[in-house]
Design a binder for this molecule. Structure first.
Ligand SMILES: C[S@@+](CC[C@H](N)C(=O)[O-])C[C@H]1O[C@@H](n2cnc3c(N)ncnc32)[C@H](O)[C@@H]1O
Length: 208
């Protein structure tokens, strides 16, 4: 007999296994001189484990809506990395982001993947308003996901995905790069790179 607790089921998003390699190539470069990353909408926690292991110089702070925290904790506990503190409950629409209690100081980087098309537009706006307070003056922001360009889909698959999203939630949907860039610009972020990624996704990189 053993007193060990039964293993917890870890949530699994197969897309993370597919996209983590190409995203890491961008992050290795963009976060080479960063120290402290706030990840928004960490989902399962799979990205966090992969990126924090590959970039041990970073402190990778996961965050999510409260219902996802136990899954993230399961991934972080299993990996037992020294640079992944416990996830924090953060819904971007809450006005009081607990950033000062998380970092003690502002983050010099932020990352989010596949979230802006899930959030409704007011939540996307709230996300950038929160980032304004959470990010240091020279911070880097990397956002991964599908985007429209000039108001148009970049592929038939993105068009189909957008229709699927909107059938599920009419307030969700693929965002226009220019509209997101306008929000970023309002908080002093300048678009540095727009990196094409597999499956008609992009990695957008802003710097303050
Ligand atoms: C498609 S999942 C992406 C998860 C993960 N980043 C990934 O790439 O696998 C979208 C995530 O956005 C999160 N999300 C949606 N609305 C949010 C909000 N208002 N605040 C914080 N996270 C939110 C969801 O909880 C969900 O985990």
């Amino acid at each position: 007999m053993t007193d060990l607790p039964p293993p917890r089921d870890k949530p699994n998003a197969p897309s993370c296994d597919r996209n983590r390699g190409p995203i890491l190539e961008v992050l290795r470069d963009q976060f080479a001189r960063r120290r402290s990353v706030l990840e928004i909408g960490s989902g399962t926690g799979q990205h966090a484990v992969h990126f924090a292991a590959a970039m041990p110089w970073l402190r990778w702070q996961t965050s999510e809506r409260a219902l996802h925290l136990s899954g993230i904790t399961a991934w972080l506990d299993e990996a037992a990395l020294p640079n992944t503190p416990a996830p924090v409950a953060l819904d971007v629409t809450q006005t009081d982001w607990p950033v000062s209690t998380i970092a003690g100081d502002r983050f010099d980087a932020a990352f989010t993947a596949n979230t802006l098309h899930i959030m409704d537009w007011p939540a996307v706006e709230a996300c950038f308003a929160g980032l304004d307070r959470a990010l240091a003056d020279d911070a880097t922001l990397v956002v991964y996901g599908p985007f429209n360009v000039g108001g148009a889909y970049t592929s038939d698959s993105n068009r189909a995905f957008d229709l699927w999203l909107k059938a599920r939630d009419p307030h969700s949907g693929i965002r226009d790069l220019d509209a997101v860039d306008a929000l970023a610009s309002r908080i002093g972020l300048r678009l540095q790179s727009d990196v094409a990624m597999p499956s008609h996704n992009r990695c957008l990189v802003w710097r303050r």
